[in-house]
Design a protein around this ligand. Structure first.
Ligand code: PGA
Length: 254
């Protein structure tokens, strides 16, 4: 019942010229073919227009990697939800571990951003995940519970169409190390139980939970085959048209 979401997070890579070329290549690999998964690219802010232009008339969607909680005003360097809507974005990633770590975003701020995105009619991909020491200490579920519940506390009603969670174990991001399919499923199932506690079974079954952390064509089939894994948030492998397209193709075969 849940449609796979295959989302690329380009992070701070690809300015407008390079991003346009890469988007064209990605769209080109699906020329004349359709897919039933949802596919999304989140480029840097300055490259959103270039990517959006190349994706016109295709099934590919565009999103952003961050957003501010205010509508406009004296917030130098920030971008608002209305600007992202105007720029054709449908999704916004919030609370990526790199923002939590390097830009000191707290669970509370991430929750406010997630709520703002949803209130303003966009779709939020809220990232959660533990660091290696927390997993080694057996605290991974506690950490993820705190991060997930911070957002759930601010949400109400059926948000299933606008709310996506991405479980990204920090130790697996950009390291080449992936959670095993069993570790991923265990955490995704735990996250779904938190969603069920908050929203009840009907709504929780509709909310997508993505896995992120060194997902690539070679490991995506096993990960995406897990019951509660509803897609991927893909960094490195989304910067290569063939790898990203291959992951979409694999999702189609599951
Ligand atoms: P990665 O990044 O696929 O390069 O590990 C994933 C992410 O940070 O979203």
């Amino acid at each position: 019942m849940r449609t796979f979401l295959i989302a690329g997070n380009w992070k701070m890579n690809a300015g407008p010229s390079e991003a346009g070329k890469l988007a064209k290549e990605i769209a080109g690999t699906w020329k004349g073919k359709t897919f039933s998964s949802e596919a999304l690219i989140c480029p840097p802010f300055v490259s959103i227009a270039a990517v959006s232009k190349e994706f016109e008339g295709t099934q590919f969607k565009v999103g952003a990697q961050n957003v501010h909680t205010e509508d406009n005003g004296a917030y130098t360097g920030e971008i608002s939800t209305s600007m992202l809507k105007d720029a054709n974005c449908e999704y916004v990633i919030v609370g990526h571990s790199e923002r939590r770590e390097y830009f000191h975003e707290t669970s509370e701020l991430v929750a406010q951003k997630g709520k703002k995105v949803i209130d303003d009619g966009l779709k939020a991909i809220v990232c959660v995940g533990e660091v290696l020491e927390e997993r080694k200490a057996g605290k991974h579920e506690d950490v993820v519970k705190e991060q997930v519940n911070a957002v759930l506390d601010l949400l109400d009603g059926d948000v299933s169409d606008q709310f996506v969670i991405a479980y990204e174990p920090v130790w697996a991001i950009g390291t080449g190390e992936t959670a095993t399919p069993e570790q991923a499923q265990e955490m995704h199932k735990f996250i779904r139980s938190l969603l069920t506690e908050k929203f009840g079974d009907d709504i929780s079954q509709k909310i997508r939970i993505l896995y992120g952390g060194s997902m690539k064509p070679e490991n995506s089939e096993e990960l995406l085959s897990q019951t509660d894994v509803d897609g991927g948030l893909i960094g490195g492998a989304s910067l290569k048209a063939d790898s990203f397209s291959k992951i979409i193709e694999i999702s189609e075969s599951i």
